[in-house]
Design a protein around this ligand. Structure first.
Ligand SMILES: C[S@@+](CC[C@H](N)C(=O)[O-])C[C@H]1O[C@@H](n2cnc3c(N)ncnc32)[C@H](O)[C@@H]1O
Length: 216
């Protein structure tokens, strides 16, 4: 086990304190054959904290999988708030609905099935917080939509923007790498946001996430 795995587990135990509902969501996702690519517990808790920091009444998530991050996000909603989460694969959405039901969060969450580029145009903003975590090649398009559906003060988080460092390889033809590089070009040229990105290591390997604040 790598040292950062040990540290991540130590931090999880000390600070994150997962619970039965979150563990059951991961277990049910695993049993249903979903890939183990949900955010780490520490990252999930960060999403929960961010939701509360922006007093989120409306949250948008692109990429639901089994609903693990959706549980963290929905728990961070202000009273009466709603999470809209977009998922392309019906089976993933079905597992997520069950997990959200078990978490007692189903009434606060709208799981929409279909390719996000088809469901995004049906949404009405503004969202206080957006979390982009789907197919990486469409990251720039998702960011454009999230910005469109934001207001000044909204926060947009994009997961997996480091991809084990592959993001700095200008010769890479990998669709995810190209998607992240395109996203960064877009964000760099976008005067309506201030953004940064943080590299991470831990139970999910070497990666990172970007955070953008919508200015106007
Ligand atoms: C990394 S997983 C999401 C993990 C989830 N956010 C979590 O942390 O628990 C990415 C998800 O995006 C979905 N996805 C892939 N392409 C998509 C698309 N075009 N539109 C919507 N969802 C898509 C995949 O089916 C998968 O469930």
């Amino acid at each position: 086990m790598e040292i950062w795995d040990k540290v991540d587990r130590y931090l999880e135990e000390k600070l994150v304190q997962s619970d039965e509902v979150l563990e059951a969501a991961l277990e049910a996702s695993d049993k249903a054959g979903l890939p183990a690519i949900s955010v780490s517990p520490s990252h999930g808790k960060l999403l929960w904290i961010l939701a509360q920091l922006v007093n989120a009444k409306r949250i948008l998530e692109i990429g639901t999988l089994g609903g693990y991050s959706a549980i963290w996000l929905a728990r961070g909603l202000a009273p009466g708030g709603r999470l809209v989460t977009l998922e392309a694969v019906e089976k993933h959405a079905a597992v997520a609905r069950q997990n959200l039901e078990r978490a007692g969060l189903a009434p606060a969450v709208d799981v929409r099935v279909g390719p996000a580029l088809a469901t995004l145009p049906q949404l009405e903003g503004p969202f206080d917080l957006s979390f982009i975590d789907a197919d990486k090649q469409n990251n720039a398009e998702y960011f454009r939509w999230a910005l469109e559906l934001s207001r000044p003060g909204s926060v947009i988080v994009v997961d997996n923007v480091v991809l084990e460092g592959a993001v700095v390889d200008p010769r890479s033809r990998d669709a995810a790498v190209l998607g992240v590089r395109k996203l960064n070009e877009l964000v760099a040229a976008e005067p309506r946001v201030a953004a940064t990105a943080i590299q991470t290591v831990g139970v999910k390997g070497y990666d990172g996430f970007a955070v953008a604040l919508v200015l106007r």
